[in-house]
Design a protein around this ligand. Structure first.
Ligand code: GLN
Length: 196
């Protein structure tokens, strides 16, 4: 049976992640996978992986509660691929009380860590596990200011960790779904498929 993936579709750059997962499935040779939008707990059934996209973490957090998704996301058995606002939600501690973090990765996250002068920027990042740097696009990005010992840091800049992994979960400060480089989505999928 093909891979079954989802994208949390409450707010944010949902369609970009659906396209990016589809592209990464092709890159890994999984041609008959499906990628669905997730809005309610039942949508999570049978999924092997879920992206939590960028957007506004305070809004996504509120909608997670409203749609009864907090518990189901905490207990989700597949892998979570969290980017930007998604990384804020996936953390165990957040510097903004309006976000109720899911605690999927043991880390403290600071929202909008780069302030106004550097709201958006791009950087060629060395990422552990990739042969060549990844051209990363940061948009009002968070960073992880502290990580637990079971969290592997895949990339770091002066301000803190910007790519982390624990088991099947990955969280990134930047937006790998923008642009056409499928390597980080593919890295995520490899772990999911290997875990079966
Ligand atoms: N600053 C946003 C937040 O904390 C994240 C921005 C983004 O996802 N591009 O919710």
């Amino acid at each position: 049976m093909g891979a079954r993936l989802g994208v949390l579709a409450l707010q944010g750059d949902v369609s970009e992640h659906i396209l990016a997962f589809s592209r990464a499935l092709r890159a890994t040779g999984e041609v008959d996978g499906s990628v669905i939008p997730v809005r309610k707990p039942q949508d999570l059934e049978g999924l092997q992986g879920l992206a939590i996209p960028g957007g506004e973490s305070t809004t996504i957090s509120r909608l997670v509660e409203k749609n009864g998704l907090f518990g189901p996301l905490v207990n989700f058995e597949g892998g979570i691929f969290a980017t930007c606002a998604g990384m804020v939600l996936a953390a165990s501690r957040v510097d903004d009380p309006r976000v109720r973090p899911l605690g999927l990765l043991d880390m403290a996250v600071k929202r909008n860590a780069f302030g106004r002068q550097r709201e958006s920027f791009e950087a060629d990042l060395a990422v552990r596990g990739l042969d060549q740097p990844f051209h990363a696009c940061f948009i009002r990005a968070p960073v992880a200011t502290a990580t637990g010992k079971d969290v592997e840091v895949l990339a770091r800049i002066d301000a803190g960790a910007v790519a982390v992994r624990r088991g099947k979960h990955m969280a990134l400060s930047f937006h790998p779904e923008l642009g056409d480089d499928p390597r980080l989505h593919a890295m995520f999928l490899e772990r999911i498929f290997a875990g079966e």
